[in-house]
Design a protein around this ligand. Structure first.
Ligand code: IPD
Ligand code: CA
Ligand code: CA
Ligand code: CA
Length: 266
């Protein structure tokens, strides 16, 4: 079955704006906050509400589609066959809890393993980054231009400083070398926003020692449209079903970061 991807994108966008309203409305009341894998891995009732909101809309409207989301409201997915929605209901939950700012809704649609639609909505700045495969990427409807390269020593990359001081992080030394050699670093705390910023030329690269498919599924569609590259630290293609290391950048920078830094654990 094939779809009118532009129409599907409009539907996804409408639901995303509706979901954003539910998130903003939650600010007026106390919400339940819990920890998942460790005390700093936060999840709230709003994360779960938003994921359920999308799951219900998708199941009602497109019962033949599959669903993958961070909070596990749907059955576990083991294949990318057919049409799959990959959703992070709130990317940047820690920011949502602490800052009430700098968090996004990330919605991707893949068809037979190919990224067709990517939406990253920064809820508080009201910036929607969207792309459909082959039709370019946009920020609030304005086209994003193909990225312009900068040399590594003039580049700004997104990286979380925590990775540099984690004793058990096997990539600590190459990351320190990279951080030393670039012009500067930034850390927003939402992988989806940071990847969208790369697509919008606000960053030159972004990397993380551990990301999951819902963190980058929509971002990959954006990156593809503006000519950026993304892979694991070792330059391998990213899985849409399993977590891994993640590195993205403008093509030359991406290649250099992989081959001269994180591709080799020092
Ligand atoms: C997290 C954010 C954060 C990244 C973490 C992710 P969440 O997503 O994207 O920036 O460093 O690895 O897990 O849990 O807030 O959806
Ligand atoms: Ca989370
Ligand atoms: Ca996330
Ligand atoms: Ca999340």
């Amino acid at each position: 079955m094939t779809y009118d991807w532009q129409e599907l994108e409009k539907t996804a966008r409408k639901w995303t704006y509706e979901a954003a309203k539910i998130i903003k409305d939650s600010f007026s009341r106390p919400i339940l906050i819990e920890s998942k894998s460790n005390v700093n891995d936060l999840v709230t009732e709003v994360d779960k509400t938003i994921e359920s909101f999308f799951y219900e809309k998708i199941s009602e409207t497109y019962p033949e589609h599959f669903f993958l989301g961070e909070e596990g409201v749907a059955e576990e997915l083991s294949s990318l066959e057919g049409t799959v929605w990959i959703i992070d209901p709130i990317d940047g939950t820690m920011n949502f809890v602490h800052q009430k700012y700098n968090f996004a809704i990330s919605v991707a649609i893949y068809h037979e393993g190919v990224g067709m639609i990517g939406l990253v909505y920064d809820v508080m700045t009201d910036e929607l980054f969207h792309a459909t495969n082959g039709n370019g990427a946009y920020i609030n409807g304005e086209p994003l231009v193909p990225v312009k390269e900068r040399p590594l020593n003039e580049s700004i990359i997104g990286v979380n400083a925590k990775w540099l001081v984690e004793e058990k992080n096997q990539y600590r030394n190459p990351l320190k070398a990279l951080v030393r050699d670039v012009r500067s670093t930034r850390s927003i705390g939402s992988a989806a926003i940071e990847i969208a910023y790369l697509a919008a030329d606000r960053l030159d690269g972004y990397l993380s020692v551990n990301l999951s498919p819902w963190d980058y599924a929509a971002g990959l569609v954006l990156l593809n449209e503006v000519g950026c590259k993304a892979s694991t630290f070792h330059g391998e293609p990213l899985s849409l079903l399993l977590p891994s290391t993640f590195i993205a950048g403008k093509p030359h920078l991406h290649k250099e970061m992989v081959s001269s830094y994180v591709g080799e654990e020092l």
